[in-house]
Design a protein around this ligand. Structure first.
Ligand SMILES: Nc1ncnc2c1ncn2[C@@H]1O[C@H](COP(=O)(O)OP(=O)(O)OP(=O)(O)O)[C@@H](O)[C@H]1O
Length: 364
C-alpha cells in the first residue's frame, strides 16, 4: 500500500499545447491517503480516465510528477507500479474456474501456494462467490464475472492502490446497490487504497469517504459527501450533487444583503465587494414553499412527488428554481411564498464560493 501524490500534474493529448484549452487535465495537486476510499466523480469528458491512466502508468503526463510514497513513478510502466485495476467490462479467463481466476494474480507474482488458498477463500467469501469457486467462469453470467474481476483486483494484499473504472456499468440495476455496499464493506475489511471512478453521484457518495469532483479537466472540490452537499465550493458541485441539484440564481450582493429578482434577502454572512458573475446558491432542501406567510412570492409550475419528499418547480419573476414542499401543505391556485434558510445560502463569484464573514451572533 502507498500514499499517492499528484504533484502539479497536467496532461494534453496535443503534441504542442498552447493554452489551458488544449489540456484534457489541467493542473492537479492531490494526495490519496494510504487506505482511503476515494471516488473520482465528474461528467463524461471531464478527464477522469486520463487521470486514472496517469496513476496506473498507461499515460505519461505532459507536466508534473506522480509519487508512490516518496518514490517518483512518473516514467514507470504499469507493470512496475503494483496497481490493480478493475474495468467497466469483466476481465476473466473463461477457461479457468473461479478459484483459478482469483488465484491468478497471486500465482503470477510467485506467492506461495499456502498463502494463495486462504486469501482466495477470504476474497471469495467476501464477494459471495464461495459456492461458485469450482465452476468454470464461462458458465457464469455478467454479474458474477464482474464479481470475479473485482476479486482479482482485491486479492493482492500488497498493491499500492486499486483503481475501479466505472466497475458497475454492466451490473444489473437491482444488484448494483448490493455490490456497492459490498465494496464499501470490502474496503473496511481489507484496508486497501481504493479509487473509484464514476459519473454517478449515488455510486460516488455511497462508496467514498472522500470524493474528488472533476469538471472540465480540473478538480473543483475534494471533500466528504457531507461537505460537498453542505458547502459546494463551486456552482458545478452544487448542480452536479443532489437530486435535484442546488438552485443557482443570478443576484447582486451588498454587505449582508442580496438582491434576487428585485427582492431583498438578508444573508447570514457579510461579503466584500464582488466582481464578475455573482450568483446565489441554495439547495431545494433549504428553500421551502408555503401557501402564505413571509418570503418571496413565487408561481408554482408543478409539484413532483419523488418518494422521500415533494419538490415544487417554481418561478420567481422569471427565475426557475426547485423548492421543498412541507408535508401536508396544500395550495389554492399557483401562487405561494418561498422561504430561504439564510444560513444555507451560498454566494458565488464566477462559479467559486465566496466565504464571507460570519455576522456577530449569526451562523458560522
Ligand atoms: N487518447 C486520446 N487522444 C486525444 N484526446 C483524448 C484521448 N483520450 C481522451 N481524450 C480527450 O480528453 C478529454 C478527457 O477525456 P477522459 O476520457 O479523460 O474523460 P472522462 O471524464 O473519463 O470521460 P468518459 O467518462 O467519457 O471516459 C476529452 O475531451 C477527450 O475527448
Amino acid at each position: 500500500m502507498a500514499r499517492i501524490t499528484l504533484d502539479k500534474l497536467a496532461h494534453s493529448y496535443k503534441p504542442d499545447p498552447q493554452g489551458p484549452q488544449d489540456y484534457a487535465l489541467r493542473e492537479v495537486d492531490h494526495v490519496w491517503r494510504q487506505g482511503g476510499a476515494y471516488a473520482l466523480l465528474g461528467p463524461s469528458g471531464c478527464g477522469k480516465t486520463t487521470l486514472l491512466n496517469i496513476i496506473s502508468g498507461l499515460v505519461v503526463p505532459t507536466r508534473g510528477r506522480i509519487l508512490f510514497d516518496d518514490k517518483d513513478v512518473t516514467q514507470l510502466p504499469t507493470e512496475a507500479r503494483n496497481i490493480a485495476q478493475v474495468f467497466q467490462f469483466p476481465v476473466v479467463y473463461d477457461t479457468m474456474t473461479v478459484r483459478e481466476n482469483l488465484a491468478f494474480p497471486l500465482k503470477n507474482r510467485g506467492v506461495p501456494k499456502a498463502q494463495i488458498e486462504p486469501r482466495v477463500a477470504e476474497i471469495a467469501g467476501l464477494l459471495d462467490l464461495t459456492s461458485a469457486l469450482d465452476r468454470k467462469a464461462s458458465r457464469l453470467g455478467a454479474d458474477a464475472k464482474q464479481k470475479i474481476s473485482l476479486g482479482r483486483g482485491l486479492v493482492r494484499p500488497d498493491v499500492a492502490a486499486i483503481l475501479f473504472d466505472e466497475p458497475l456499468t454492466v451490473i444489473d440495476p437491482h444488484l448494483k446497490w448490493q455490490l456497492r455496499s459490498m465494496l464499501k464493506e470490502l474496503h473496511r475489511k481489507l484496508d486497501l487504497t481504493m479509487i473509484y471512478v464514476t459519473h454517478d453521484q449515488t455510486e460516488a457518495l455511497t462508496f467514498a469517504d472522500t470524493v474528488v469532483v472533476m469538471h472540465d479537466g480540473g478538480v473543483v472540490q475534494t471533500g466528504t459527501p457531507e461537505e460537498l452537499f453542505q458547502h459546494p465550493a463551486h456552482t458545478f458541485v452544487g448542480h452536479f450533487i443532489g437530486s435535484p441539484g442546488m438552485n443557482v440564481l443570478p443576484c447582486k450582493v451588498e454587505g449582508a444583503r442580496a438582491s434576487l429578482a428585485g427582492q431583498e434577502i438578508a444573508l447570514a454572512r457579510h461579503y466584500p465587494a464582488l466582481a464578475g458573475k455573482v450568483e446565489l446558491g441554495i439547495r431545494p432542501e433549504y428553500a421551502t414553499l408555503a401557501p402564505r406567510g413571509a418570503g418571496l412570492p413565487v408561481r408554482i409550475a408543478r409539484i413532483d412527488d419523488i418518494g422521500r419528499a415533494r419538490i415544487a418547480r417554481v418561478e420567481l419573476d422569471g427565475l426557475k428554481l426547485a423548492a421543498s414542499v412541507p408535508e401536508g401543505a396544500s395550495f389554492d391556485g399557483d401562487q405561494a411564498m418561498l422561504a430561504l434558510q439564510s444560513g444555507q445560502i451560498h454566494i458565488y463569484s464566477d462559479g467559486h464560493l465566496v466565504k464571507g464573514q460570519a455576522l456577530p451572533g449569526g451562523q458560522p
